[in-house]
Design a protein around this ligand. Sequence first.
Ligand SMILES: [Zn+2]
Length: 116
Amino acid sequence: MMRVASLILAIIFVVALFGCTMEEKTALTGGAIGTAAGAIIGHQSGETATGALIGGTVGLLGGYLYGKHKTKQTETGDVVKFVECPKCGTNLQLPATATAGNKIRCGNCKTEFILQ
Ligand SMILES: [Zn+2]
């Protein structure tokens, strides 16, 4: 019984290492945690493999949703950059998507400048 859970865990860890997107990684991490938790819970009730499967499925889904949430946060500019206005020196908050060459308008002195 423990072999099945170990095998599932091993597969998840291997795939997690080579997973490329944030969603996949968090989903698989969640899956691994869920599988481990499920195996422990299942083991106590005498159903290790069943517990691992249920835990893994729940963890995978939870991890995927969490990963999606995290990815969305990054895309919507939750992570920000700061740039100093060349005219008045105000620290301006820019979305993470702002790149060099973007036109920035200072909220304080209304000066427009190109992001370096
Ligand atoms: Zn300014």
